[in-house]
Design a protein around this ligand. Structure first.
Ligand SMILES: *Cc1c(COP(=O)(O)O)cnc(C)c1O
Length: 383
């Protein structure tokens, strides 16, 4: 019996930033006091800075899906024509939400692992000039694929439609130039690159999106973005907020600002590159045709079920990684890079992967994958 430290290595929840966790212990605070208002105001200002926008950035107490729901219920009307780009389980969530609210959704879907290309969006916008919105994932965490948000945003920008981006794993892993690319609504979640537990979601709202809000008629109550904005301007949230998480967020944002959003993105990019190189060195194939930096989805060797690898990590190394969702369940395993991950995490994950593969009959030379990770670190001039 050896010590096995528990390690949370999933694409959400992600590893926690310790000072943010410590900050949560001060949560015997009342949310309608000046003490809390000053913390909340600072957190909202810092959020805006790390989102890199002058648009309003709002915070709600919900998991990421709550913000997806709020985006639809606040910005559209029953029967509105929208285009949903769906390339995985989270794209399917957009389809379900838009249908639940009675929107008229044209779904552009791509097989799992692929992406919806800008030319398809361009054609769909041409075919339906009355389109009110285009919805997409920046990073589709279920497959590890990344959409070309810049090109699609610039197409949508030229129309009357608003561009709604689930950037829940895109923020902090890919550049998102909110204003230049016309990203009208951008959604983030606390348990992803923000390094804190689940329970907060963020939305940046453009002028164009607020204009849509004026004519939108779908019913909503708890998630009322206009009310939230009015209250946020006073340093308040509409309802009792998740105070402990906001204390954690304030602390984590100080850290993200200190290292810089561009460096956080570069960190994820470097770790994703190292993981892809290691997969290649171990003769494993990637699942996504256009892989992003939030998470790398890898196919197990032929004949091996990916759940063997997921279980192997838990049993041997106390590490929680994820397999696939839905029909991808046994077809892939996913290694995350977003937020508080570093190169040492990658050394140990790839070393563990080599051992698990060998124990299950896949011939690999020990150290081959780890060496690929080491090479990426060396060429990033860090040693
Ligand atoms: C995690 C995630 C969500 C939100 O899921 P919740 O469980 O509601 O937080 C949405 N989209 C993507 C791409 C995600 O990775």
């Amino acid at each position: 019996m050896y010590i096995r430290k528990q390690r949370l290595l999933t694409p959400g929840p992600t590893p926690l930033y310790p000072p943010a966790l410590h900050a949560m212990m001060a949560s015997d605070v009342h949310h309608r006091t000046e003490e809390f208002r000053s913390i909340y105001r600072a957190a909202l200002a810092d959020l805006r800075e790390v989102f890199g926008t002058l648009n309003d950035v709002l915070c709600i107490s919900a998991s990421g899906t709550g913000a997806m729901d709020a985006a639809v219920s606040n910005l559209f009307s029953r029967g509105d024509k929208v285009i949903v780009c769906s390339a995985g389980k989270f794209g399917e969530r957009w389809v379900e939400i838009t249908r639940a609210y009675g929107l008229d959704a044209t779904v552009l879907d791509a097989p799992y692992g692929d992406v919806v290309t800008p030319d398809r969006v361009e054609a769909a916008l041409k075919a339906e000039p009355g389109t009110r919105g285009v919805l997409i994932q920046g990073s589709e965490s279920s497959t590890g694929a990344e959409h070309d948000v810049e090109s699609i945003g610039k197409l949508v920008q030229k129309t009357d439609a608003i561009f709604v981006v689930d950037a829940i794993t895109g923020l902090g892993t890919m550049p998102l130039s909110i204003q230049d690319w016309g990203l009208d609504l951008v959604i983030g979640g606390s348990q992803k690159a923000f390094m804190i537990p689940p329970g907060l979601a963020f939305l940046s709202v453009s002028e164009k999106a607020w204009k849509h809000r004026e004519t939108a008629d779908l019913p909503h109550y708890y998630f009322d973005l206009k009310k939230e904005k009015k209250n946020a301007d006073q340093g308040e949230s509409t309802w009792t907020p998740a105070t402990s998480l906001i204390l954690a967020l304030a602390e984590a944002l100080k850290y993200v600002k200190r290292i810089g959003m561009a460096n956080l993105i570069e960190n994820a990019r470097m770790l994703a590159t190292a993981t892809r190189d290691a997969a290649g060195a171990l003769d494993l194939q990637l699942f996504a045709s256009r892989p992003g930096s939030s998470v790398t989805a890898i196919k197990p060797p032929a004949g091996m079920d990916s759940s063997v690898i997921v279980k192997g990590f838990k049993q041997n190394f106390g590490a929680i990684i994820t397999g696939g969702q839905g029909s991808m369940k046994n077809e892939i395993f996913r290694l995350a890079h977003l937020g508080y991950f570093d190169i040492s995490d990658m050394f140990s994950v790839i070393a563990g992967l080599e051992l698990i593969l060998r124990a299950n009959g896949h011939r690999v030379e020990l150290g081959k994958g780890v060496a690929a990770v080491q090479r990426v670190w060396e060429t990033s001039n860090q040693v």
